[in-house]
Design a protein around this ligand. Structure first.
Ligand code: ADP
Ligand code: MG
Length: 173
């Protein structure tokens, strides 16, 4: 039985893009906790946050993580999944955790290319680069401590997949 692979990292680091490619490469299923939440609740992330606050969203996110976790599955997680200790422990114990690491500048440039504003409420009125830098400052330690492998996500998606495959334990080879 091959363990699930959890992709963690800030919004825009490529969890969905790389996750789908990695799933193809390994012949695994692909799941995205944000997509799962949208399908299971019929609401967007923004709508859940508006109705239940971030606290309500985080509780639902934990349920989503548990629901999608299965063998031979790549799981793209929401950028804030690591904030809860219970989520960090669950991922570490249940599978391989991979942090897709990218700088605030690269993340902001990627996010500027697609209109995500309707998906996620912005936390402040500041520039997206400033906001990403602050989020990374807050979360880098959590991503680091959660990850079995840290991968440079500032390469092409195909290169990122190759790096992940070589980092994974032989159980996935
Ligand atoms: P996440 O799921 O982590 O939020 P996505 O996979 O949705 O990130 O990617 C966010 C944006 O960045 C998309 O427009 C995607 O095409 C682009 N992107 C993702 N990975 C890369 C990469 N390695 N190089 C260049 N662009 C990328
Ligand atoms: Mg995604």
């Amino acid at each position: 039985m091959s363990l699930p692979i959890f992709l963690i990292g800030a919004r825009g680091c490529g969890k969905t893009t790389v996750g789908e490619l990695l799933a193809q490469a390994l012949g695994y299923a692909f799941c995205d906790t944000d997509h799962y939440l949208q399908h299971s609740t019929g609401k967007t992330v923004a709508e859940i946050v508006a109705a239940e606050g971030w606290e309500g969203f985080r509780l639902r996110e934990t349920d989503a993580l548990i629901a999608v976790t299965a063998p031979e599955t790549i799981i793209a997680t929401g950028g804030g999944m690591v904030l809860a200790e219970t989520n960090r422990r669950f991922m570490q114990q249940r599978g391989q955790v991979i942090w897709l690491q990218a700088s605030a500048t690269v993340l902001a440039a990627r996010l500027a290319h697609y209109p995500q504003t309707s998906q996620r409420p912005t936390l402040t009125g500041r520039s997206i680069t400033e906001e990403m830098a602050e989020i990374l400052d807050e979360r880098a330690g959590l991503y680091q401590q959660s990850a079995h492998h840290v991968i440079d996500a500032m390469q092409t998606p195909e290169q990122v997949v190759i790096q992940i495959l070589s980092a994974l334990s032989p159980a996935h080879a």
